[in-house]
Design a binder for this molecule. Structure first.
Ligand code: ADP
Ligand code: MG
Length: 281
């Protein structure tokens, strides 16, 4: 692997410290049994704490693959010109990463036993598990931290319910609480509105805005520009495994750029900080 010439820790304009948590240089990721799919090709990108970002692109463009680099679930192809660092390190333990980056992937929703008590879904974060086994014991500190995450997501009333009895919106909230349990520096959500009805998706959108406003760094992965809240000022556009554009939302969420990204004529209109998109030239 090569050497990344990037200064990792800087002070932001408000006197806070911001740190690069993902540094990619010319990264390729191959997927499939025989590693025959170039899911990411020559990707150079850096993401820092204190700056929430939306990763936008059509299905199959490599968004989830990018997130799996962040969780350590996938590794890039090893080549001289490539570099992949998480929090400045080329080597890290998945356990350490779990404390620093909270992730919710869409496939996780179905991983829990429907009879699991909802609060145990959150607690199980501390064992890197999907649900609690009888052997698991949790400290007071862990319970307090899980409880704090529950409050942040506004789901205290539901903690005694069975996971299977929750609505899809409520389940999503429990998964986000689980990702927040470690109080991570970065929260990463992959297509968080999948399978939510309009009301649940709108409510979730408000919660995400509050999380950003209260100082969380959010990486929001979505195929829908209309889901990107006004608080997210940077967009990374992915197409066919490549970074098509990376810059301010106001500049990139426009008709010409979005038409190019999705390969069909789209009309974008801004309203109160949101981008509304419809088909048509
Ligand atoms: P997105 O999240 O943007 O929809 P993904 O990162 O899931 O895209 O996928 C990127 C590319 O990698 C796609 O072409 C997809 O078909 C391929 N891919 C993803 N996962 C696998 C897998 N387990 N085996 C083979 N190909 C895969
Ligand atoms: Mg995906």
């Amino acid at each position: 692997m090569g050497f990344c010439l990037v200064s990792r820790i800087e002070t932001d304009g408000n006197g806070g410290v911001s740190e690069i948590f993902l540094e990619l240089e010319q990264v390729n990721v191959w997927r499939g049994e025989g590693a025959e799919v170039a899911a990411l090709a020559d990707v150079t990108l850096s993401l820092r704490t204190g700056e929430s970002v939306a990763v936008l692109g059509p299905n199959g463009s490599g968004k989830s693959t990018l997130l799996k680099l962040l969780t350590g679930a996938l590794r890039p192809e090893v080549r001289d010109e490539s570099c992949c660092r998480l929090f400045g390190e080329e080597r890290w333990s998945i356990d350490d990463l779990r404390h620093r980056i909270g992730v919710v992937m869409p496939e996780e929703v179905a991983r829990f036993d429907p009879e699991e008590e909802a609060f145990d879904v959150v607690l199980s974060a501390f064992r890197g598990a999907y649900g609690r086994t009888r052997e698991m014991r949790f400290s007071r500190k862990e319970r307090v931290a899980a409880s704090r995450a529950v409050d942040r997501m506004g789901i205290r009333d539901l903690i005694g319910r069975e996971y299977g009895a929750l609505s899809s919106g409520e389940r999503r909230r429990f998964l986000i609480a689980r990702a927040l349990a470690h109080d991570p520096e970065v929260l990463v959500l992959d297509e968080p509105s999948t399978a939510l009805d309009f009301a649940a998706a709108t409510e979730l959108g408000s919660t995400l805005r509050e999380l950003i406003r209260s100082g969380h760094t959010l990486v929001l992965v979505t195929h829908d520009p209309g889901e990107i809240p006004p608080e997210i000022e940077r967009v990374v556009m992915l197409r066919e495994g490549k970074v098509l554009a990376d810059g301010p939302s106001r500049k990139l969420l426009r008709s010409d750029r979005l038409s190019d990204l999705y390969g069909l004529p789209l009309r974008a209109r801004w309203s109160r900080g949101w981008c509304e998109v419809r088909a048509g030239g």
